[in-house]
Design a protein around this ligand. Structure first.
Ligand code: FES
Length: 151
């Protein structure tokens, strides 16, 4: 291969690479397969159906609870009841004198550390001195997100 023939091959190769880059950059992407969203976005705006997204399901699974004090008018504590795998969303403010209740996974109850009131996973009173149940909210999972209707 002489020098002129070599330069010709290099030029053809460079032109082919350039065209490949241009065609790839100009493709519309319509033929690309849809990839399931691995990291769903949290959108804390109230949706038309009244739900707000508070967390990812993965975060709830990893942490066991989600306590949110910022994105609704009231604090919201979300847990998963291990018996039926349903979500429980409650206002963790004890109805006795306002301490924050804690979720006890082993006994599946909310317990108040201040004066000993106990509540079921849906907020009903099990033991006083509290006389009113915890406020509870509708909660659900959707597309890997935890949603609560707390308005
Ligand atoms: Fe919860 Fe008193 S504040 S039992």
């Amino acid at each position: 291969m002489d020098r002129r023939e070599f330069i010709g091959w290099v030029s053809v190769s460079a032109l082919a690479n350039f065209l490949l880059v241009v065609l790839t950059a100009c493709s519309s992407g319509k033929d690309k397969p849809q990839v399931k969203q691995e990291n769903p976005k949290i959108n804390k705006i109230v949706r038309k159906d009244g739900f707000i997204v508070l967390s990812k399901v993965q975060a709830l699974s990893e942490q066991g609870i989600i306590l949110d004090k910022q994105n609704a008018a009231k604090p919201i504590l979300i847990v998963r009841n291990p018996d039926n795998m349903n979500l429980s969303a409650i206002n963790p403010t004890c109805t006795h004198q306002g301490c924050l209740v804690e979720w006890k996974t082993a006994t599946k109850i909310f317990a108040c550390p201040c004066h000993g009131s106990k509540f079921s996973s849906d907020g009903k009173i099990l033991t006083g001195p509290a006389e009113k149940p915890l406020e509870s909210f509708e909660a659900k999972e959707e597309d890997g997100l935890v949603l609560v209707k707390a308005i």
